[in-house]
Every structure is written in C-alpha cells, then in structure tokens.
Design a protein around this ligand. Structure first.
Ligand SMILES: C[S@@+](CC[C@H](N)C(=O)[O-])C[C@H]1O[C@@H](n2cnc3c(N)ncnc32)[C@H](O)[C@@H]1O
Length: 379
C-alpha cells in the first residue's frame, strides 16, 4: 500500500508478534474505531493505517501503558506525519483536503512547470547591504527618484498601498490622472521596487477593487509583477466589514439592467523575487504558532483605520494589517520599504516589531506626521 495522504499506512516490522505488541494492538482496538485506526497483520510486518486520530487520547494511553513500546513507537510515527487536517479534535490524515486527491501531484507539477512565467528571470542572487544613511529614515520626495539611489537587492520586504487614482484629497499628490499616465508612473516606481528587493525578498501590495471607473487595478498590478518575472505567492483578502457603503446605483435596484456591486474588502497581492523561500536566522522569527495558524488562512478580518482624521490622511491602513504582513513575511531586523509611506503606518509597525524601515512620501505634511508617530513610540 502506498503511503499517500489518501492512504496513510505506517509499517512496523516484526518477526513474530511480541506480548507487548499484542497488548498494544488490543488497547488500540478497544479505544479507537476501525475507521480511525486499522491494524493489518501481514506475513512478517504489521501495518497500521491511520485515518483520523485523537492525539490527546493516544498520548494518554501511552502514559497509562508506559511500558508499552509499541504504543510509544506508534505515537511517535503518527506525530512525525506533518500534513493533516484538524476536525472534531482529531488529526485527519486522509480525506482532509480536496487538493491532495490529485494523483501524482508532484510529477504533474514538475511536468507542467511551477510558476513557469517567472522561470527565465535574470535576477542576480547576490544580495547587498542596505545603505546605513537611509536606515530608519522617512524621506520626503518622489519615490521614483529616491529609489534610484539604492543599490540592487538590498530590501527584504516592500509593503505598501499605492495611491489608487480614485480622486482622493491628498496633500500634494494629484489622485485623478488619466489612467495610462497613472499606471506608467506607478509601474516605474514598482520597477525600482523590484530592482531593490533582495533575491528571495517579497513585495506585498495592498490594493482596493475599484468601483467608479471599472478599472480592475489589482489585476493590472498583478499582471505587471508577473510580466516582470515575480512569483505570485498569495492573495490575501482583507475583510473590513464596513457595510456602510451605499447599496445601489440609481435605477439598478432589483433589476438585472445594471446591478451595482459593493465591496467591504481589499486585497493584498504578495510577490516573491526569484525564490519563494526567504532565508533568515531562525532566532529572528517572531510569529507565534497561533498567529501563524490564523494568518495563513488567507482571509483577514481587520477593522479599517479609525484615526484618519486625527492623522489628517485620507487612506491609512490599520497597524494590525502591517503587523501581520511583517511578522508573516519577514524576520526581525530585516529592512522594510514603503515607497508610499503616507502617515507612516508601515514604519511605525516595523519599528515596534524590531525591523528596520525606510519610507518615502511626496508630501511634507505626511512625512511630518509619520515622524511624529515614530517619535511617539520613543516617549
Ligand atoms: C494610499 S496612501 C498610503 C497610506 C499609508 N499606507 C498609511 O497607512 O498612511 C498613498 C501615499 O502615496 C503618496 N504618493 C503619491 N505619489 C507618490 C510618489 N510619486 N512618491 C512618493 N509618495 C507618493 C501620497 O502622498 C500618499 O500619502
């Protein structure tokens, strides 16, 4: 029997069943249903097919029968199985994932090509130090210009939300360019971001689906990164639960003529340069097991920022959003860049999570606010 997730069989070899093993088998059959754990005796081997197991219950049996090495070995082998689902307090080793039902998944993946679109990239694998003069600085200028001063491959993580060109009232950025002009500028800045991010580094872009002009910015942005050979790693749905958006456009109520869609969420598109794997010092990981478990489920429920008026900025994202991105995608002491830093949220969170930061914004006023927020952390 092949040991796949659909058919999880553990082999425990034996010449002749010992008394110890017989007791172990007896205990198992009294405490676990045949559907959960099945024991199969073959010529000179003992096969245990595990489907779903209440691990706490098995642990308790191991303690109760602490002289029984068969139960001990079985528990160890079961704990060594790393992929499983959790349901009804049991680890489900079979039938827990639709995806895993694909036969020979690895071989198929190999022949089709994993992220084939990013394969023939020309990225250098040599990473560089981040220049110390920019470390933990907020610079007031155009990011396209500022980023040109950085060497290639020196940033661990870019996290940003660009201006969306919806016509928001920013201090001195014109948020109503014609769309080609807008995308040309944005993509020149993103091209610089790709250049400065390290091999194995990440770029995470928070972007909102657009309503009024019917320009799917998140798709345009994703296509841009894919065309520029980045690996698309994930799309996180940020559920804001802000149901106060308007219900219909005039004349579209209860009519198929032109139903109006409303969105209470935004997206985070996650890209990697060269490799999905980002090497780092294990000691510098600060995400907890519970955070990891919760956050790798790609739908995050986080209330929108409530202090926009207070910070006098029209589109601030909440600190919790940045905290999750930073802890999930970077190590402590990594360098985090936000080329549209606005009121400084990314930098504030980077500082509180023991990362280094570099932020850029066109507006003097926003840079001032960002620095004030950063200074507040010292007091
Ligand atoms: C969506 S806001 C970012 C808000 C930020 N995430 C926060 O939490 O405060 C976009 C910011 O980009 C800035 N901006 C627009 N064009 C820029 C450019 N070329 N260079 C630098 N900043 C720019 C705007 O001034 C605005 O503050």
């Amino acid at each position: 029997m092949a040991n796949t997730s659909e058919n999880r069989v553990l082999e425990l070899s034996f010449d002749k069943l010992t008394e110890n093993e017989m007791i172990g088998i007896q205990v198992l059959s009294e405490n676990f249903s045949n559907n959960d754990i099945t024991i199969i005796e073959e010529k000179n081997r003992l096969l245990v097919q595990v489907n779903k197991v209440d691990i706490d219950k098995l642990r308790k049996l191991v303690l109760d029968y602490n002289k029984n090495s068969f139960l001990k070995t079985l528990l160890k082998k079961i704990l060594d199985i790393k992929s499983y689902g959790i349901k009804e307090n049991k680890r489900w080793f079979t039938g827990y994932s639709g995806e895993r039902k694909v036969k020979d998944r690895k071989d198929k993946e190999k022949s089709r090509g994993k992220f084939y679109y990013a394969k023939d990239n020309q990225f250098s694998k040599t990473n560089n130090h981040f220049p110390s003069e920019f470390e933990n600085q907020i610079i007031c200028d155009d990011s396209e210009k500022v980023l040109k001063q950085l060497p290639d491959n020196c940033i661990d993580l870019v996290f940003t939300s660009p201006p969306y060109n919806f016509g928001l009232e920013y201090d001195n950025h014109k948020d109503y360019l014609n769309w080609t002009e807008y995308f040309d500028k944005l993509f020149r800045i993103f091209k610089e971001c790709i250049r400065v991010v390290k091999y194995g580094g990440r770029i995470v872009v928070n972007v909102q689906p657009l309503f009024s002009d019917y320009i799917p910015i998140h798709h345009f942005i994703s296509n841009f990164f894919i065309e520029n050979k980045l690996i698309w790693k994930a799309e996180i749905l940020w559920e804001k639960n802000n149901y106060n958006c308007k219900y219909t456009a005039w004349g579209s109520w209860k009519s198929p003529s032109n139903p109006y869609f409303k969105y209470s969420w935004e997206f985070l598109e996650v890209f990697c340069k060269g490799s999905m794997k980002k090497n780092g010092d294990k000691e510098k990981i600060d995400i907890t097991a519970d955070e990891f478990k919760e956050w790798v489920y790609g739908k995050w429920s986080i209330a929108p920022e409530r202090n926009m008026q207070y910070f006098n900025h029209p589109s601030i994202f909440p600190e919790e959003l940045a905290r999750r991105v930073l802890k999930l995608f970077s190590y402590q002491e990594d360098v985090i860049l936000d080329p549209f830093i606005g009121s400084g949220t990314t930098a504030v969170v980077a500082k509180s999570c023991n990362r280094r930061y570099f932020g850029i914004d066109l507006s003097n006023d926003y840079c001032k606010i960002a620095n004030e927020r950063l200074n507040l952390q010292n007091s």
